[in-house]
Design a protein around this ligand. Structure first.
Ligand code: ZN
Length: 363
């Protein structure tokens, strides 16, 4: 079973207004789900718009993350108030929680991304974290959202940092899937990988221009936000399970196991994961092109103010047993790292990270 895409997609300026009559067709009593304080004004507007359209709308916020504690609290709230759909408005954590809860209660979900930081508005996956942000598992859902509303005005109001994070996460599609699925002879998977290559090329061309000027008049910005939030999701839908994540996400998941004072966005950590995956490739397989890719990506990431080392994520890998925690989690049995087409040991991860962080310190 493969969930290709949301049933209906609204994208562009005024998408939210255009979506409202469609939303009204299948819900009377939606729950508007959000999280961050920074989007509360925008969510108030959505709440009032839904009310004006004669919907009996409720609202609730995640307290922590897309975690089982929040999920069960929101589920109880929905059951108590007889809500018949979820409208998840926010970043990846909110969208993932909304999709997961809706599926477990067999009600439809509408995703309204409020930044371009993620393709979670499109996909049939939910990443589950602990209440303090440690990655636990990803859950494959049966369907993609009923409606995706990608309103460019909402995305424009998001902090620049979320765009940079979305770019890093979308770039990972190519670097991971081209490695893990290069031997798959399924045509759809091959096509998905080719789309991820075109997406990478477009992002490399447009990312900096998009980052500097977030405007509806800037075609680089439009192509970039849609690439991050829509095309990246399409690649996952088309490629399905065989178009897999690999070391970049495995390293992201491992880094979240260590608590750091400053919170980083998903894509910000994945970006460092891509560089480390390339370093692994270089060290374990002797691939010289990987080093060129590291240089090319690092220069782009610096322009986007993205972290390029684990130490820039506020974690000293040489401290305590941090290297042990990262390598242990990255190599655990269920880890995506085993989708790499070459064998990886804990020692490989330790050696790669040590060499990478030391090399960076020298620069
Ligand atoms: Zn990701």
């Amino acid at each position: 079973m493969q969930a290709l895409s949301p049933e209906i997609i609204f994208r562009g300026i005024n998408s939210w207004e255009k979506a409202l009559p469609e939303i009204q067709k299948f819900t009377r009593c939606p729950l508007l789900l959000g999280r961050s304080e920074s989007t509360s004004n925008l969510r108030n507007k959505l709440f009032l718009d839904l009310k004006k359209n004669n919907l009996e709308v409720y609202s609730a916020n995640l307290k922590f993350d897309c975690c089982y504690e929040d999920i069960s609290e929101i589920k109880n709230f929905i059951l108590k108030n007889n809500c018949d759909s979820i409208i998840a408005a926010g970043g990846g954590k909110v969208l993932d929680a909304g999709k997961f809860i809706a599926e477990s209660l067999s009600i439809p979900v509408i995703t309204v991304p409020l930044s371009a930081s993620t393709c979670a508005g499109w996909t049939s996956l939910s990443n589950i974290y602990s209440s303090n942000g440690q990655f636990i598992e990803d859950i494959k859902l049966r369907t993609c959202p009923k409606i995706l509303v990608f309103d460019h005005e909402f995305i424009k109001s998001a902090p620049r940092r979320t765009l940079a994070s979305g770019i890093a996460d979308a770039l990972a599609k190519w670097y991971e899937s081209s490695l893990t699925s290069s031997r798959v002879d399924d045509g759809l998977v091959q096509q998905a990988i080719q789309i991820s290559r075109v997406l990478r090329d477009q992002l490399i061309i447009n990312a900096e221009k998009a980052y500097i000027n977030q405007s509806n008049e800037n075609i680089s910005w439009i192509n970039t936000i849609e690439g991050c939030a829509l095309t990246a999701g399409l690649i996952g839908g088309l490629g399905g399970e065989k178009c897999r994540t690999a070391a970049a996400h495995a390293i992201h998941n491992s880094i979240t196991q260590i608590s750091s004072r400053k919170k980083f966005l998903h894509g910000e950590i994945v970006g460092v994961g891509i560089l480390l995956q390339l370093k692994l490739e270089e060290m374990v397989t002797g691939n010289k092109l990987a080093n060129q890719s590291i240089k090319q990506l690092t220069s782009l990431m610096i322009k986007l103010n993205l972290p390029t080392t684990i130490s820039e994520l506020g974690i000293n890998v040489f401290d305590k047993n941090n290297l042990e925690i990262i390598s242990e989690f990255a190599c655990r049995e269920k880890s995506e790292i085993h989708f790499l087409p070459f064998e990886i040991s804990k020692q490989d991860i330790v050696d790669t990270i040590k060499s990478f962080e030391q090399q960076k310190i020298k620069i």
